[in-house]
Design a protein around this ligand. Sequence first.
Ligand SMILES: [Zn+2]
Length: 304
Amino acid sequence: MNRRGFLQSTGAMALGMALPRQLYARSTLELGGARIDMVSDGHLELPADMMLENMPQDELAEILARYGLSGDQFEPPCNLVLLRDGPRTVLFDIGAGPDFMPSAGHMLQAMDSLGVAPQDITHLVITHAHPDHIWGLLDDFDEVMLPNAEIMMGRAEWDYWMDPDTVESIGAARQSFAVGAQRRLVEVEDHITLFEDGAEVLPGIHAVATPGHTPGHMSFALDAGGQGLLVAGDALVNHHLAFERPDWHSGSDFDLEQGAQTRLRLLDRITADDLTILGFHLPEGGIGRAERLADNRYRFHAGV
Ligand SMILES: [Zn+2]
């Protein structure tokens, strides 16, 4: 290969590498003086059977087929919400970090493409303490990832994961979640501020208790430039079943019935108040809206 050919091919590589930046740029909202970017942490690779086992299988197959899903494995994206509002640079959840799975834990590259470094983050607001949401609290060297951030977390969620009995009670399949959460939360304990349901955790950001996926799961209502937004976390854990049949029991929830009730309540509020959804595992960057199709049936539409 001659020099020109080499330069062209490396140029093409650089272009290919730059493509994710385009995706991040499409996932941006400018609201009043604030700016929101969805920051990709990568994606998960999960066997689907645990989530699907309690659902009516015929109807389930029809819905999955409509969304082009096989029902064997789900590969949901992971989107962190980055809110820059005057002096505050707020991150909602911090991603999986280096130790959960190779396909996730890549948020540093995405933040870098937006010109944001870990030390720039002033506040980290946590929805819940599952690995894909908080294991990034510590980096490759077990150092605190966000040295300057105040970390804010719902009190019920903190109490559950810090309870010494949780490792025993959570069940074998999730025991590593409990051990991993405790190890990381202990390291950042001095930076943590706990809050309750309904609290204004930061100006214009209110906590909305959405338990079920985990015992103390929190979503957050934001009012930015007159537009209502909802950081949903995993209260709406995918764009297909969680919207089409929010009343079905999802095996990814800690409390199956509470998870379903929370989804129904949340989707009712989202459509009644015309809220923009910022979803951790929702597609195309995770920003979208819900359409009400019928009683207890909704559809997710990506885009602002
Ligand atoms: Zn998750």
